[in-house]
Design a binder for this molecule. Structure first.
Ligand SMILES: Cc1cc2nc3c(=O)[nH]c(=O)nc-3n(C[C@H](O)[C@H](O)[C@H](O)COP(=O)(O)O)c2cc1C
Length: 341
């Protein structure tokens, strides 16, 4: 059962996937600039139910549906995405210096399987640029929670990686509400994927250490690849239980499932694995730790299944790109009736 696309979405669907997204984001920017634009965005898209509010890792979310990293990587559309009604925006991956990413075409649409293969390698305008955007978040964004996903520079040397994550973390600390540390691999360079306990701790400990000295507490989550084995997921769960890590985001795109092109597979073909990983972690942790579900939520029903599997929040990307913003309202309606304790 496919979701009916709007006329606008059908037009976007005829264009190359990256261009289609850029057009959507540019139009959102234009709409945001006209006087009644944000009101209009809210009228068209924002969920209107009251029982969607959530309290997760000490933060109040007006609803649990957000956009995942890679959707608004530089935080250019925070006000518009707030008006649209998302519960949170995960900006990033933010990297310390600007990087162009892989040459195009780098985002392949796999029409027959309703999926994308992303080989963009975290194109980013860099920390300074993103900082300016989050510093300027206007009063309108006050009801939008902002997460900052930190990723690895393609050109980074393994020995610098930890320092570079820390640098972004420190600089963004006072401007965002929570952090997601991307431990999945940068599609443009596979040299560094922390998998062992030692590697994970080496990445996370400096962040915990910095946070200990701050007045405000910012939750830190770890985002994992769907390609991890159960033993590797167990290691992540141990780290979650034994350290001040606040939660897990599962999952990023799959390198192993991307057979047609180099890159990370996202979208419908990832749904089953993404939900499976979330369920596995939720069961292992007896539903005691927050999980952000990500991966393959193309329709409202997928969002409900992800939440029923144990996700406290969900982060959308390919579903919005390919099926349009109407997924937000539909998903909100679908989950409004899920029972919560
Ligand atoms: C074009 C594109 C760019 C992405 N960029 C990032 C990124 O910079 N950092 C990150 O952690 N995940 C990134 N992702 C992964 C998404 O955040 C998400 O975890 C993944 O796409 C699975 O969700 P989906 O199937 O709903 O797209 C990107 C995905 C796509 C399609």
């Amino acid at each position: 059962m496919g979701m009916r696309r709007s006329l606008f979405q059908n037009i976007l669907w005829l264009l190359p996937a990256e261009a289609a997204h850029n057009i959507r984001m540019a139009l959102m920017g234009l709409v945001g600039k006209i006087p009644t634009g944000k009101w209009w965005l809210r009228l068209c898209h924002a969920p209107r139910r009251e029982n969607l509010e959530r309290e997760v890792f000490g933060i109040h979310f007006r609803n649990p549906i957000g956009v995942a990293a890679g959707f608004d990587p530089n935080g250019d559309r925070l006000n518009e995405l707030a008006a649209t009604g998302f519960g949170f925006v995960e900006i990033g991956s933010v990297v310390p210096r600007p990087q162009p990413g892989t040459p195009r075409p780098r985002l392949h649409r796999m029409r027959s399987i309703d999926s994308l293969i992303d080989n963009s390698g975290y194109p980013s305008l860099g920390l300074e640029y993103v900082l300016n955007n989050v510093r300027e978040r206007s009063s309108y964004t006050s009801n939008l929670v902002i997460g900052c996903n930190i990723g690895r520079l393609t050109a980074s040397h393994a020995e610098d990686t930890v320092k570079e994550y820390l640098r972004v973390f420190r600089n963004m600390y006072q401007y965002v509400d929570f952090f997601v540390i991307n431990a999945a691999c940068n599609t443009a360079s596979k040299r560094y994927v922390p998998r062992t306990r030692e590697e994970l701790l080496a990445l996370l400990e400096p962040l915990f250490e910095f946070r200990r000295g701050q007045l405000d507490y910012r939750p830190i989550l770890l985002k994992i690849s769907p390609d991890l084995t159960n033993e590797e997921i167990d290691t992540v769960v141990d780290v979650l239980i034994e350290t001040p890590l606040d939660g897990i985001e599962a999952v990023a795109g799959s390198l192993d499932m991307a057979t047609e092109h180099k890159g990370a597979l996202t979208g419908a073909k990832l749904t089953k694995r993404a939900i499976e990983v979330v369920r596995y972690i939720a069961n292992k942790t007896e539903h005691n730790y927050p999980i952000i579900g990500s991966g393959g939520m193309m329709e409202a029903e997928d969002v409900r299944r992800m939440m029923e599997a144990g996700a406290s929040l969900v982060a959308l990307n390919t579903g919005i790109r390919e099926n349009g913003l109407r997924l937000l309202k539909r998903a909100a309606k679908e989950i409004a009736n899920i029972k919560r304790e």
